[in-house]
Design a binder for this molecule. Sequence first.
Ligand SMILES: Cc1cc2nc3c(=O)[nH]c(=O)nc-3n(C[C@H](O)[C@H](O)[C@H](O)COP(=O)(O)OP(=O)(O)OC[C@H]3O[C@@H](n4cnc5c(N)ncnc54)[C@H](O)[C@@H]3O)c2cc1C
Length: 455
Amino acid sequence: MVSGGAREFSSSTRKEALRDADGQVFDVAVVGAGINGSATANLLATSGIRTVLLDRRDFAYGTSSRSSKMIHGGLRYLQQGGRVMEVRRLLRERDYWLSSSGDVVRMRFDLLLTEHGWNRHMLAFGLFLYSLLDGRFEVPRVKDNTGEYPEAVRGYFTYWDAVTHDARLVIGHVCSAWQMGATCLNYVDILSISGSGPYTVRIRDSLDGQVAEFTCTCLVNASGPWAGDVARMAGVGLPVSLTLSRGGMHLVLTCPGGTLRNAVAFRSAIDGRQLFMVPRGGNTVILGTTEVKVESPDDLECSREEEMYLMDSASAVFPWVRQCGVVARYTGIRPLIGSHSDPGRASRDSSIVVTGNVVHVLGGKLTDHRVTARRAARAVSGGITGKRVSGSGPDIVYRRPAVADPVDWDRRYECAIFPEDIYVRREGGWFFYDPTVHRELAGGDAAGGGGTCYS
Ligand SMILES: Cc1cc2nc3c(=O)[nH]c(=O)nc-3n(C[C@H](O)[C@H](O)[C@H](O)COP(=O)(O)OP(=O)(O)OC[C@H]3O[C@@H](n4cnc5c(N)ncnc54)[C@H](O)[C@@H]3O)c2cc1C
């Protein structure tokens, strides 16, 4: 069924797609529907490459719904020499998404100077460089705090970046890939991968146990922090070592007296680490973040100590933070190539590693996922499928219209299966996700979990 140009993408078309996948020959199977996998599948499908996109949970279940939700050049990376080109590319990508996605919006950031703050000359230099890399020539000036911030703030610099809803970007790519003819399946377990290109992939619908088997010339391993597991399943292993860095705790606060008009960054009085608060509409603000090395991609727990650290650091600058309620805590994991004792200083650049007919997509940022997806799709098309990737995409061609019943739309045109899928893909994200309530609504413990920290 077609409505407003969208092709139906619901639990029943999913069921048909799964049935149809059985015995099919695909060019590429993309494993993992985070931002990297979904954007790669979108580009491949747009280029006429027969593509299947698989996720064992919902689309955007992984890090791509648990980020800090900034589309930015990474001003902080300029402190770490040698990352100038990375920042330039990120800024270009930020501008691209600002002009082409309604889900990316400009946001003013104020860098607060406090007793524990940055060296203002270094900061001014960094901002100046940032403006040059952004194609502007702006000499940054400190603004006096004339009452807009609490007393602890001695002054501030201002600059502009952007924010987004990460899971919505993913859904945009998944729905675009679907419209371009890709088979997109959430909630499927991969039972086995055999062969060495072509591969035979056996999958099972985790909702009703239906099994399907298809072949594909090439695999794209876009399973983010789970890349090692998927590589092992494909029988190739990862040719690089990974450090898993839990990009830390984000606290979602609702503040009775209102929050901030702009995003702010400041240094913790406790250890000098850079923290941020980003307003998310109404009285809601996200405060983040910590960063810890972990051993397992499923280690999404965060501790009371981390929460106290964030609350103490923020309330030292903004005493009203003590009056805010913590409505949610969430955290995400990034795979970093190599071993890093200080993950905060490691490059966020993505790497494309090819072993046999498997293309592993590792790391990267939400902001420059288009670049990552292009590199992955070219690795596939150049040497493996023999089919060329076209255009400069991936572009999000799917547009969600304003509709009277958004929940019905999510179910019929965006293949949301469980109530928590809808929560996570909306502005609420993991914020308002309560596993107990939503499991009951879903009639079992079928999905999700893992998103919230301790309760
Ligand atoms: C805390 C944190 C904050 C961040 N903030 C920002 C930010 O503000 N701005 C920015 O630009 N970037 C940010 N990033 C980086 C960005 O979020 C990541 O680069 C991006 O989300 C990675 O996407 P991905 O597609 O590689 O992985 P993921 O989003 O993790 O996707 C992997 C997918 O693979 C699936 N999967 C795993 N195993 C299997 C399997 N066996 N079979 C099928 N599917 C499987 C998972 O369910 C998941 O959906 C942040 C990262 C972290 C950790």
